[in-house]
Design a protein around this ligand. Structure first.
Ligand SMILES: [Zn+2]
Length: 331
């Protein structure tokens, strides 16, 4: 039995008594744990087990292995106390979700550009995209929209999508449902005010850096003060492409020339992104046209069917090309 992971449901718990289940040298497993190991871009916690610093925490399947400093005198069944650095955890959780919100807004409002990297550290988070031009062009829309979502203190559901493989997702009603095994806050308000910074990390590659603004009960969140709700709605809607004119994602617009310049890792991410996108279109089609309570006229249904056909064909074509390029660089 892999350890029961309490960090998912108790994101701010910093101390736990657990039993050792296996020992190999100075590496142990536990029957329950609050100590997160690096995954999905989120850095591991820092802390101690049985009073000794944890040097490394790593996943193997659904189990987490902890390597402890020194040669601990532990055997299976020994009860130990785990303590984690609560301030570090707090920042990791808030930055993680700030990155989730920003990423989702860029996806939803700017045609799903290809994400080529992400990392959540204690001082800042970053998300990298294939992006022509300056990604900071989106900040005027994304930052106030993110702060609106944070300001509304929306409930975040985090749960298993598959309990046996411990696959998880988070969901905000009316905003997004995203697969992720990281640790999430309970409401968006816990994130607090954020700031964004742009960095160019190579030709056609842009990074959004996300930081937490100082959190103090006395100060109103900086960004919220600048962007009152009315303003947020105005620019978000003014620049959001209308559903009808919304083209398929930027990933599907990558030219053959651009494809040939991508690295193996980038091609792999592109293939994954296109596969996900195809799934999204198919899910949207079945929800819209599959008779799940959405009533639209025959004419409208016909128009939407054509639109879905066109989107699917476009994604499939690009997926084929991307897979072919990936095969070429893999050989
Ligand atoms: Zn996440």
């Amino acid at each position: 039995m892999p350890a029961e992971k309490l960090f998912w449901d108790q994101p701010y718990r910093t101390e736990l008594t657990a039993n050792v289940t296996t020992v190999a040298g100075s590496t142990v497993t536990l029957d329950r744990t609050i100590f997160y190991a690096f995954s999905g871009g989120q850095e591991a916690d820092a802390g101690t087990i049985d009073g000794r610093p944890v040097l490394e925490a790593s996943w193997r399947g659904t189990e987490i292995y902890y390597t402890i400093q020194g040669t601990p005198d532990l055997t299976p069944g020994t009860a130990v106390i785990t303590r984690i650095d609560g301030e570090r955890r707090d920042r990791l959780v808030r930055l993680h979700f700030a990155a989730e919100i920003v990423l989702e807004l860029v996806y939803q409002l700017f045609g799903r550009p290809l994400k080529i990297g992400a990392h959540i550290a204690e001082d800042k988070a970053r998300v990298d995209f294939l992006w022509p031009g300056r990604i900071s062009d989106v900040f005027a829309v994304v930052l106030p929209e993110a702060q609106r979502i944070i300001g509304e203190d929306l409930r975040i559901v985090s749960a298993f999508s598959d309990r046996s493989t411990e696959r998880r997702y988070w969901q905000i009603e009316g905003f997004a449902r995203v697969a992720c095994g990281g640790i999430h806050p309970r409401t968006t308000g816990e994130v607090g005010a954020i700031s964004l910074r742009r960095e160019n990390i190579g030709k056609g590659k842009e990074r959004i850096e996300i930081r937490l603004a100082r959190r103090s009960g006395a100060d109103p969140p900086h960004a919220l003060a600048i962007y009152p709700p009315g303003y947020v709605c105005y620019i978000a809607h003014a620049e959001r492409p209308a559903k009808d004119s919304q083209e398929a994602s930027m990933s599907t617009k990558i030219s053959d020339q651009e494809l040939s310049e991508l690295s193996q890792g980038e091609l792999r991410r592109l293939v994954e992104a296109l596969e996900e996108e195809l799934e999204d279109v198919q899910m949207e089609r079945s929800m819209t046209l599959g008779g799940t309570g959405v009533h639209i006229g025959a004419k409208e249904a016909e128009r939407m069917r054509n639109e879905f056909d066109r989107d699917e064909a476009r994604i499939e074509t690009k997926l084929e090309q991307a897979r072919r390029h990936l095969d070429e660089v893999t050989e």
